[in-house]
Design a protein around this ligand. Structure first.
Ligand code: ADP
Ligand code: MG
Length: 469
């Protein structure tokens, strides 16, 4: 796996010193744990052309470093006059690597490289081996807290800072793009920094399943169990993925129990509450319900504005308040899309060099806005909901209070609140001149029912999708 390369110049003392300095400044930036894992094992080989060549023992490490540290390393080298960038190669004569325990990630493609001393002893297993990479941007200090997510945030912080497991599991749930993964990574980052002795594994449920299936295939389930059962903190993201996958659930259940019994922390995320996860075994659901269940609600205007401000600051770009207000108002689906919109506006500004204004933003986001422009009207909602529940549209305005018409009416009010920008009094007026408190009550009621009754929840979700699509 050693790569052939041309004119290499042995590192002279000057280069060696520069390299040491750079590593030290990176150490201060990324923290001790990451430094020990990734930077320290890098070996300075020399100069090749203008580039500083370094070696690492495995492909996995090379990829990781390229993804996370290469840009910064190049910058730091550049600031010392070494403008040719950095090369990371896999270096077999790596001596005794600082990380003999690390095994290349990925399945077959790296099999030949795993003949080294991997997983020497059971408890030496390193989390990076089975976990997934963490996104460097997903830290607590870059998570903007507002009403919709303050509970989930507080719970996540608690887990990250606690000495004794405060609740088990922490179950985070909420819709797409609302910050579940961000919070999980933040817990992991925090622990890596403050408790580098603890092994923390973050991975998606999909990856968990993939690992499990592979272990089955390779008759290696003992190792698989060992790996997972010796961690201090296990975080499994998007657990809805294993719905309907019985043997994976079974294995997960046992892993889960064994960790809980040993007092290890578990953090789970999903797109629904435990009770609403379909195709999950009853005993698993009840286990998931045992700890703290924290949901992340849809964003509010204020939170969206806060996130935009924070991101703008981070990008070092002055985005006019008017533009941020506009985005926060228009892009309501989720934070990922909001970020995407801001990125586009900023990228355009940087490429074309035009100031960021309301007009340029509208231009740049033309297609995006058109999609969210297709706003439904209250009349359409009333029509759709009536058809769905098989009642007359006139019953939306009528004074009848029978459950069979009152409930659909409440659903329609709820959807009007969700899908239009009408105020509560405006909505009330469109429903036979009802009071805004009636609308408020309907919204609450439907929210409650959505939590309690999964088939009702599906009905509402279906209606919402039809109306939006
Ligand atoms: P989920 O896992 O719930 O689908 P993510 O955690 O991947 O969502 O979040 C989507 C994007 O939005 C990420 O880039 C994340 O950093 C960002 N994001 C979500 N919530 C917040 C928040 N409260 N503050 C800052 N960024 C956020
Ligand atoms: Mg996610």
């Amino acid at each position: 796996m050693t790569e052939q390369h041309g004119r290499e110049v042995e590192p002279n003392q000057e280069l060696q010193e520069a390299w040491t300095e750079i590593c030290e400044s990176l150490r201060a930036e990324i923290g001790e744990a990451s430094y020990q894992s990734w930077i320290k094992p890098m070996r300075l080989i020399g100069l090749d052309g203008g580039a500083v060549r370094t070696g690492v023992p495995t492909r996995f490490m090379r990829e990781w470093i390229q993804a996370h540290y290469q840009d910064r390393l190049s910058e730091l080298l550049g600031s010392r006059g070494l403008k040719g960038g950095i090369d990371v190669v896999i270096h077999q004569e790596h001596g005794a690597p600082a990380r003999p325990d690390i095994k290349p990630a990925g399945a077959g493609k790296d099999a030949e490289a795993s003949s080294g001393p991997v997983n020497g002893n059971g408890n030496g297993t390193h989390y990076d081996d089975i976990g997934a990479p963490l996104d460097a941007r997903y830290t607590f200090d870059r998570f903007v807290v507002g009403k919709p997510n303050e509970f989930a945030y507080a719970a996540a912080r608690r887990v990250a800072e606690a000495d004794v497991v405060p609740f088990n599991p922490l179950f985070l749930y909420g819709g797409v793009g609302l910050g579940k993964t961000h919070l999980m990574h933040a817990i992991a980052w925090h622990l890596r920094k403050t408790r580098p002795d603890r092994s923390v594994i973050y991975l998606s449920a999909e990856k968990f399943m993939y690992r499990f299936v592979r272990a089955l295939r390779e008759h290696n389930t003992v190792d698989f169990k060992e790996q997972f059962r010796s961690v201090d903190v296990l975080m499994v993201d998007d657990v809805q993925f294993i719905s309907g996958k019985e043997s994976t659930q079974e294995e997960f259940f046992h892993t889960f129990n064994s960790l809980v019994d040993q007092g290890r922390q578990i953090v789970i995320s999903a797109d629904k509450s435990p009770n609403d996860l379909e195709g999950m075994e009853e005993r698993l659901i009840s286990r998931l319900n045992c700890g703290l269940v924290a949901d992340i609600h849809a964003t509010t205007y204020e939170l969206r504005l806060g996130i935009l401000q924070a991101k703008g600051e981070h990008m070092g770009v002055e985005v006019p308040l008017k533009v941020m207000e506009f985005l926060a108002h228009k892009i309501t689906s989720n934070v990922r899309e909001l970020e995407g919109a801001l990125n586009r506006v900023v990228a355009h500004h940087q490429l074309v060099g035009r100031d960021i204004t309301l007009e340029t933003s509208q231009d740049v986001l033309h297609d995006l806005l058109k999609a969210s422009e297709r706003r439904v009207t209250i009349e359409e909602i009333q029509k759709r909901v009536s058809t769905h529940f098989n009642i007359r549209v006139s019953d939306m305005h009528s004074a009848r209070r029978a459950r069979s018409v009152a409930r659909p009416r409440q659903v329609a009010m709820y959807l009007s609140k969700q899908l239009t920008s009408r105020s509560l009094p405006e909505i009330g007026r469109k429903f036979g001149g009802r009071d805004h408190t009636t609308v408020m009550h309907a919204v609450k009621k439907v929210e409650e029912l959505r939590e309690q009754d999964s088939s009702f929840n599906e009905d509402v979700e279906l209606l919402r999708r039809m109306l939006e699509g």
